[in-house]
Design a protein around this ligand. Structure first.
Ligand SMILES: O=C(O)CCC(=O)C(=O)O
Ligand SMILES: [Fe+2]
Length: 276
């Protein structure tokens, strides 16, 4: 059985990238302290327990997915701009964009009795796009991830496989990790949620990033509208998509009467401080 390489959370970026280039994934251990983890879970729990299970097999009939995380949780805002994750995003995404953006923010809660998800590459959301890496993904373990409770299954090296090749069981590694660790994987690596044969939920916080000129899977302008994003620090506002995504990308016109406002504004203007 293949295994995933584990590195300490503060490993040098060069060492992290060597593993990601080889395997398409790596586990960073100890990203959150016990106190940080407990506070994050406490902030999210009311939203998680109120979320209904999925209505089709990919989402999982015994799995809940709770979104709009930065709008709902200040602690998720901190995780989204984590220096260690941003350094990896810079390496993976900046070769193909001027800036990258938040794509999906979900807590995936796999309940007891859930079966394994179908193996897939997350980049298939943009199936027309070939020949470059569009995405960098994280799953923050909010509970321990074990083979029994549905730890993410990952196929090391499969980021180089053609879409048509499917993993055989003996090619699949299990992202077993303790709560507070983070699985980092690219959009091109085969993976899926595991089956939960334990008697407790498995909680994973899936924070994903994509090239700034792609459409976000979770529409961040609706999940995190300007009234909320306005309260964020500029770095996070920009990551949420409130930034010019490249020349001419993302401008808007306030829908006002004639001569009430200039016609063309940069996205940043939508989240300017309220008193300007
Ligand atoms: O929950 C997991 O471990 C992975 C889920 C996943 O890959 C997905 O929903 O795209
Ligand atoms: Fe996935």
């Amino acid at each position: 059985m293949p295994t995933l390489e584990r590195l300490p959370h503060d490993a040098a970026i060069g060492d992290v990238m060597k593993v990601i280039d080889r395997d398409g994934a790596v586990i960073l251990e100890g990203m959150l302290s016990r106190a940080e983890l407990d506070a994050l879970v406490a902030e999210l729990t009311p939203f998680l327990t109120a979320t209904k299970v999925g209505r089709e097999s990919f989402s999982g009939f015994k799995t809940t997915r709770t979104g709009a995380l930065p709008a709902r949780s200040p602690k998720v805002r901190v995780a989204l701009v984590d220096r260690r994750i941003r350094a990896i995003c810079d390496e993976v995404l900046l070769p193909n964009c001027e800036n990258y953006q938040v794509n999906v923010t979900h807590v995936i809660r796999i309940l007891p009795g859930e079966i394994a998800q179908v193996m897939h590459k997350d980049r298939w959301s943009w199936s027309y796009l070939k020949g470059m890496e569009p995405q960098l993904n994280t799953i923050w373990a909010l509970t321990d991830f074990t083979r029994q409770n549905g730890a993410t299954r990952v196929v090391p090296g499969s980021q180089r496989w053609p879409d048509s090749r499917r993993p055989r069981p003996e090619e699949i590694a299990c992202a077993e990790m303790s709560a507070g660790s983070v699985l980092v994987y690219t959009g091109s690596v085969f993976h899926s949620g595991g089956a939960n044969q334990s008697d407790a939920p498995r909680l994973g916080m899936n924070l994903t990033y994509c090239l700034g000129w792609l459409r976000q899977e979770e529409n961040q302008y609706l999940s995190c509208p300007p009234e909320i994003a306005r309260t964020f620090e500029p770095e996070l506002q920009q990551l949420m998509g409130y930034q010019t995504g490249g020349y001419g990308l993302g401008f808007f016109t306030p829908p006002l009467g004639p001569e009430e406002a200039p016609e063309v504004y940069a996205s940043e203007w939508a989240v300017r401080p309220a008193d300007t």
